[in-house]
Design a protein around this ligand. Structure first.
Ligand SMILES: Nc1ncnc2c1ncn2[C@@H]1O[C@H](COP(=O)(O)O)[C@@H](OP(=O)(O)O)[C@H]1O
Ligand SMILES: [Mg+2]
Length: 377
């Protein structure tokens, strides 16, 4: 993928997501062990933590460093408001420390950090500059600093998702999945990782970064780089591919854990309609796209309640990774997702269907048409 037009963007993107994933692992451990417990609620009641802001600041700072601050457009989930409030002084301090600890390790990841530690205003500026609204023209970076924050605070699955959109098309996608084991066999999707035993598994075998660039026909997976070992370790990147299973009776579908985010009974009806037999794998975050791309599951379906507008940062990186790994992603009407119309997936028809192959995908789309009118959705 080195000859790619976006080779530099991909190289920096993968390294910065590696750094961000490591940051998240550290913060998640601290949260679960009670070292600090600052979890805030946003207006929509979803949680936000030190990790969300720290990742956003770190990625934003690095993108500025490598691609210049002048015309850099970044669209990311978090804003600075809650962090700038008077009662957030302690939280801001934690974020500043976390960002500086992370940036200090930049050379271990093959990147250059700042010559001196960032101060609070610089950290707030880095977070606040990610307020672009995207659109059909030019390059836009898209970041979900911690996707699946609910999974994150529960000690479960979450992802760091970074994508680049160029003239309305997603051209690179990078997904950090810090709690996704390298081997499928050791992933127990059905249960949350027990808070009290976490981290019980061999952590060196847990966590990966998956990446691709448009048109390459390849998606790659690296193990998480250990902050101490850094780039000295062997490059263990390997190609990943979607599953070749096309018999629905053998296929597995994944979906959100939260009923509030997708209609579980509608997807159960679809699953039944196409002859799926396996129980759904309920997983937080874009790790579901990673599961399809790695061949660990065949189908991902999401049907949000009417009126909910899907955000581009929740899908951009995952969609491209699934497509380049050999899969198909469309809306429930069978049309491609449109990343060119600002921060929302405008024009999305009902829901999102990601599949390992065309055959299963067609069956699911057919089942949607057959059951939609009677679904009350
Ligand atoms: N009412 C809703 N319907 C659908 N998706 C929602 C939603 N509220 C939040 N989400 C999105 O669903 C994402 C989590 O996905 P999942 O349920 O698959 O784990 C959230 O990402 P964040 O956790 O980054 O906010 C959020 O963007
Ligand atoms: Mg998200």
């Amino acid at each position: 993928m080195e000859n790619n037009k976006y080779a530099k963007e991909l190289d920096v993107g993968v390294k910065v997501v590696q750094m961000a994933s490591s940051l998240c692992k550290t913060v998640q451990k601290a949260l679960l062990s009670g070292t600090f417990n600052q979890v805030k609620s946003k207006n929509d009641d979803s949680p936000v933590t030190v990790a969300d802001w720290s990742v956003q600041a770190t990625v934003s700072w690095m993108l500025c460093k490598y691609f210049g601050s002048q015309r850099l457009s970044i669209i990311a989930e978090e804003d600075v408001q809650a962090l700038s409030e008077p009662d957030s002084v302690g939280l801001l301090e934690l974020v500043v420390n976390t960002v500086n600890e992370t940036l200090a390790k930049a050379p271990t990841y093959g990147l250059n950090g700042p010559s001196e530690a960032l101060r609070a205003p610089q950290v707030l500026e880095a977070i606040g500059r990610c307020n672009s609204s995207g659109g059909p023209v030019g390059k836009h970076w898209v970041l979900d600093p911690v996707d699946g924050t609910l999974g994150f605070v529960r000690g479960d699955q979450y992802a760091v998702a970074l994508a680049l959109i160029d003239d309305g098309k997603v051209v690179i996608g990078v997904l950090g999945c810090p709690n996704y084991p390298l081997e499928k066999e050791s992933l127990n999707y059905h249960n949350n990782i027990d808070r009290h035993t976490f981290p019980s598994t061999n952590m060196s075998e847990v966590g990966c970064v998956i990446y691709t660039s448009k048109g390459s026909g390849e998606a790659w997976m690296q193990p998480l780089i250990n902050g101490n070992e850094g780039l000295q370790g062997p490059n263990r990147a390997k190609l990943i591919k979607v599953s070749s299973i096309d018999d629905p009776a053998l296929a597995t579908f994944c979906e959100s854990v939260e009923e509030a985010n997708t209609n579980h009974s509608f997807t159960a009806g679809l699953a039944n309609g196409v002859g799926l037999r396996n129980k759904p794998l309920r997983v937080h975050s874009m790790v579901k796209y990673a599961a399809i791309a790695r061949g660990d599951a065949e189908i991902y379906m999401k049907f949000a309640r009417g009126g909910y507008k899907e955000k581009i940062w929740d899908h951009a990186a995952g969609v491209l990774i699934v497509q380049e790994a050999g899969g198909v992603v469309t809306d429930a009407g069978g049309r491609p997702l449109n990343f060119s119309r600002g921060i929302f997936l405008e024009g999305l028809d009902r829901g999102i269907i990601a599949c390992s192959g065309v055959k299963i995908h067609e069956k699911i789309i057919g089942a949607v048409y057959a059951s939609w009118d009677s679904s009350n959705l």
